[in-house]
Write a protein that binds this ligand. Structure first.
Ligand code: ZN
Length: 467
């Protein structure tokens, strides 16, 4: 620890609910936008009367901005043509739960603030943000890491294009509820930083109320070595790369002790490049379009703490799942579906259910070249059939493949209907008489091919071997 490392985390996580200040869906879209508008932005003075240093820096660029939106998932609020609607109560509840799990205290009354944003990523020129929790902690193997704040804010617009005169933003991301968790710079080693980020990630995901997938969680790292000002590293995608990124930055700081505090962007090779000066403090003022919100402390007390994913994984192992399958079920986002199916279809082993959930969509893609989302109802239909012994478990993947082609469950069920024991016996007898003198190994192949998915392989095998 001779480097005198001080590391803090800032984690941003999108919440799984509609937008924060309007009813638009929180949906990142890949299709072409319905409209575009062109705007110019000028930096404005914060409450202190000073123009932010970051603001001045951005101004020197002299850009204009293009905003792209959709008729049905963006509205006048994202365009800053209409005042915000009241704070999404579900987003607040999720944030309170997260904050409670981080052992934070909560103010009785919260106030939405405006934070100056000058890079064009907010049409209003500010980001709405509200402090929900503070002074919490998480435990790590090297001791407590204090949580400075839990903030609920609106996500910024998405930068999609840039040229010398203009920057283009997509409004689909603007206004998606985002929780920002900031730790104190209590973290002393690169590995502890990773551990702390994982712990916080586990808490976030265990709520079941956060978005999953690329871009839905973003980590920033604050780091300083002894004798160097704080540097913020943005754009950390993969938690596993945190130790390496910090190691590289610590070395860089040690050889540049004289430089000032600033923000850097992490590059794919995990080194980083200068982005902009550190934003100053003159950035917040109250959002006068919105009323104060009272926090119902009784309600906060009653919020139930969900099971952490780590604990879930252990519990799944006890149900007979292998280590990797338990991990996949606990962390992969299908835990609720898995548990629901296990509870509903008691004659089916949990391992079989987990195995199918883990592999069915890949199987379909391999077999039909189509990316297919199996619905919860389709899972239920198929496991219902298995539970009643109407199909063999060996047929399940092919059944899903048929369903993905738009076949009805009744039709597919008939096609893959499991044969009764006597029907199987008849079939085997027939195969044997048609292939007299054929070696047993070959006979097994023929029988398995013909009865595939319609009878238990073990049963077929036993009948072939029987003289
Ligand atoms: Zn909207």
């Amino acid at each position: 620890m001779e480097k005198g490392l001080k590391i803090g985390l800032e984690i941003h996580q999108q919440l799984k609910t509609h937008k924060l200040f309007c009813k638009c869906q929180s949906l990142i879209r890949k299709d072409d936008p319905d409209f575009k508008v062109k705007r110019e932005l000028r930096p404005i003075a914060g409450e202190s009367g000073e123009v932010d240093v970051a603001a001045l820096y951005e101004k020197t660029k002299g850009l204009f901005y293009v905003y792209e939106g959709y008729n049905n998932t963006t509205c006048l609020v994202e365009m800053d043509e209409e005042p915000p609607s009241k704070l999404n109560p579900e987003a607040l509840d999720i944030t309170l739960l997260i904050s409670k799990m981080l052992h934070c205290s909560h103010p009785n009354i919260i106030q939405v603030m405006r934070k100056t944003v000058v890079d064009g990523s907010n049409t209003s020129g500010f980001q709405r943000t509200v402090l929900v929790g503070q002074d919490g902690y998480i435990d790590t193997s090297l001791g407590k890491v204090k949580i400075r704040s839990v903030i609920l804010e609106e996500d910024s617009a998405r930068r999609v294009d840039e040229n010398p005169e203009s920057v283009t933003f997509r409004l689909d991301r603007l206004g998606i509820p985002l929780v920002e968790i900031t730790t104190e710079p209590d973290i002393k080693t690169e590995e502890q930083a990773k551990e702390a980020a994982e712990k916080i990630g586990d808490i976030l995901r265990s709520t079941g109320k956060v978005m999953r997938g690329l871009g839905t969680i973003r980590q920033d790292l604050n780091i300083s070595v002894k004798g160097h000002d704080r540097v913020e590293l943005k754009g950390v995608q993969d938690l596993r790369s945190i130790p390496k990124i910090l190691e590289i930055e610590a070395q860089r700081q040690l050889s540049n002790l004289k430089e000032e505090s600033h923000v850097r962007n992490v590059k794919p090779d995990l080194s980083s490049k200068y982005l902009r000066p550190m934003p100053g403090a003159a950035r917040m003022y109250p959002e006068t379009d919105l009323p104060l919100v009272e926090i119902d402390m009784k309600l906060v007390e009653q919020l139930e703490i969900p099971e952490l994913l780590e604990a879930k994984e252990k519990r799944f192992e006890k149900m007979g799942l292998s280590n990797s399958l338990s991990e996949q079920m606990a962390y992969g986002g299908d835990a609720d579906l898995f548990e629901h199916l296990v509870k509903s279809y008691k004659k089916v082993k949990p391992t079989i259910i987990a195995d199918i959930i883990a592999s069915a969509e890949n199987y379909i893609q391999k077999k039909t070249n189509v990316c297919y989302d199996i619905s919860d109802q389709e899972y239920e239909n198929v496991f219902e059939l298995l539970n009643k012994d109407k199909i063999a478990k060996e047929a399940i993947l092919d059944i899903f493949a048929e369903l993905s082609k738009g076949e009805k469950i009744e039709t597919v069920a008939k096609k893959f209907e499991k044969l009764t024991k006597s029907q199987v016996l008849t079939e085997i007898k027939k195969i044997k008489s048609e292939h007299k003198g054929v070696p047993e190994g070959q006979l097994i192949g023929i029988a398995m091919g013909k009865l595939r998915g319609k009878a238990e392989p073990q049963y077929i095998l036993s009948l072939i071997k029987k003289k």
